[in-house]
Design a protein around this ligand. Structure first.
Ligand SMILES: [Zn+2]
Length: 476
């Protein structure tokens, strides 16, 4: 199933007048576990089939940190949330079942401060904590897992693009989807209000929400028929904007600086635009004319542009200038290590990772980068020890298992290679592929008795799960 370009969710104003009460009710049919599974299924589709999904650990690290800070200040501080980016210049964000929140890169680029971006995300988190999507869907009588997934996918696709929706949903669902295209006016108002509380509690500049939406609305007037998608799918009323501004005026003024990471992520996205030559020219001009908000971010963008243009020596030269500014970030360390690796200096790269990991032990980008560098340096045993230690902390990280499989493969350890790959597939929701890998692992003759028993036991577990899934698919 294609998601089309944008997979956008809209918070548009619906004409619906048969609103459910904005209380705790109306989600009886949909358990949080089921919601999570629907969300995971959609996420699996996005990861595998949506070309605009950004699989970048640095951008994920940043969005997860920002998102986590907001979630902790939300109505559900311990809730399961995942944040990811979609490469799309239009300004938009969307919330899916199970707390999966997607943010278009256009939103990150158009936001003039981190508080503005946080405002958009806080609004989406509120849609999740207030169960808006569930409360809409719970009204429907379709309650088998596949039909719920199809319905949710249809809604998301329809919100993105009505012609995609027409092609991906059956006519019987079309009417249902049509009715679900947008959140109601009351849900929008509630998400604004609850999002504002979250933004305040998380310590962001609360004026940002109104500022951002007002700027979007002004921009929309200039575009006329070509208005930003956010405004087409997510119409803003004057009332919503003035509500936000009134709330902000009642709060004490507070200057909030954007984080270094906010600027670095924007620079990274900007450096990926156009051709490498265009990116180079863009950042060279920026640095030369000092037209930047953050000097380290401008330098960092220039480093990345040189990397894209495959000029490693120039990248190293700019990296030296960036290092002289004495700011520390996992993103800067990652670029520094990438340059060393490109120049064939594996030990230099490993030294950078070692130091950066001491300072930022939880940065996924550094963890993957270090494992990859050990692999590139053929230090397979060390790579496995490192991956093992990380898996003790984050067993559900499918990338760590995939890296482990790759490293076992380099060592010719077939049983372990297939066993690790099975875990990676399993964690990505690909149960069939996981079972297949465990069968390969069973056939491998290079394992000891203990390793074989682990594989046998895991295979029994996953087969049982497969049966349960089949039952669910039959609507049991
Ligand atoms: Zn909304």
């Amino acid at each position: 199933m294609s998601f089309g370009l944008a997979l956008m969710f809209s918070c548009s104003v619906a004409g619906a007048s048969d609103l459910p009460d904005l209380g705790e009710s109306a989600r009886a049919d949909l358990s949080p576990q089921l919601e999570r599974r629907i969300g995971e299924s959609i996420m699996k589709e996005i990861r595998q089939r949506e070309p605009s999904y950004i699989d970048d650990p640095e951008i994920n690290d940043y969005l997860s940190q920002l998102g986590r800070r907001l979630v902790e200040a939300s109505a559900n501080p311990t809730g399961d949330f995942n944040f990811f980016a979609i490469r799309d210049n239009s300004v938009n964000a969307f919330a899916m079942f199970g707390g999966f929140i997607g943010i278009n890169t256009g939103t990150i680029m158009v936001a003039q401060s981190e508080s503005e971006l946080a405002g958009v995300i806080a609004h989406e988190i509120a849609h999740v904590t207030q169960n808006h999507l569930a409360r809409q869907i719970a009204k429907e009588k379709q309650n088998t897992l596949p039909s719920l997934i199809a319905l949710a996918v249809g809604i998301l696709a329809a919100r993105a693009n009505s012609s995609v929706a027409a092609a991906t949903i059956t006519s019987s669902q079309a009417a249902v989807v049509q009715a679900q295209l947008s959140y109601t006016r009351d849900f929008e108002r509630e998400a604004d209000r609850v999002g504002f509380q979250t933004l305040t509690k998380a310590g962001f500049d609360v004026r940002a929400m109104g500022d951002f939406f007002e700027r979007l609305q002004k921009a929309g007037r200039l575009y006329e028929n070509n208005a930003p998608v956010y405004l087409r799918t997510h119409p803003l009323t004057v009332e919503r904007i003035s509500d936000m501004q009134n709330r902000a005026q009642e709060s004490p003024y507070k200057q909030v600086l954007s984080s270094l990471e906010f600027h670095l992520v924007r620079a990274k996205l900007r450096a990926a635009m156009g051709t490498p030559q265009e990116a180079l020219k863009d950042f060279e001009t920026l640095v030369r004319e000092r037209k930047f908000i953050s000097a380290p971010a401008a330098r960092y963008g220039l480093v990345l542009a040189h990397l894209r243009a495959k000029d490693l020596n120039a990248a190293q030269r700019e990296m030296d200038a960036l290092t002289a500014l004495k700011v520390a970030s996992p993103m800067i360390a990652g670029a520094a290590a990438e340059i060393r690796l490109g120049l064939g200096d594996v030990n230099g790269a490993l030294a950078i990772y070692r130091e950066a990991l001491q300072r930022f032990p939880q940065a996924q980008s550094l963890i993957y980068g270090n494992a990859e560098a050990l692999y590139a340096g053929k230090q397979y045993e060390a790579a496995l020890r490192f991956l093992d230690s990380q898996l003790q902390i984050m067993f559900s990280d499918f990338k760590l298992h995939a890296l482990q499989a790759k490293t076992y493969s380099a060592l010719g350890k077939r049983l372990q290679q297939h066993r690790a790959l099975a875990e990676s597939y399993f964690l990505q929701g690909q149960l069939g592929a996981a079972v297949e890998q465990l069968q390969f692992a069973q056939q491998a003759t290079d394992g000891n008795f203990y390793e074989q028993s682990v594989v046998d036991a895991r295979l029994r577990e996953l087969r049982k799960l497969q049966e349960e899934e089949a039952k669910l698919r039959r609507g049991g």
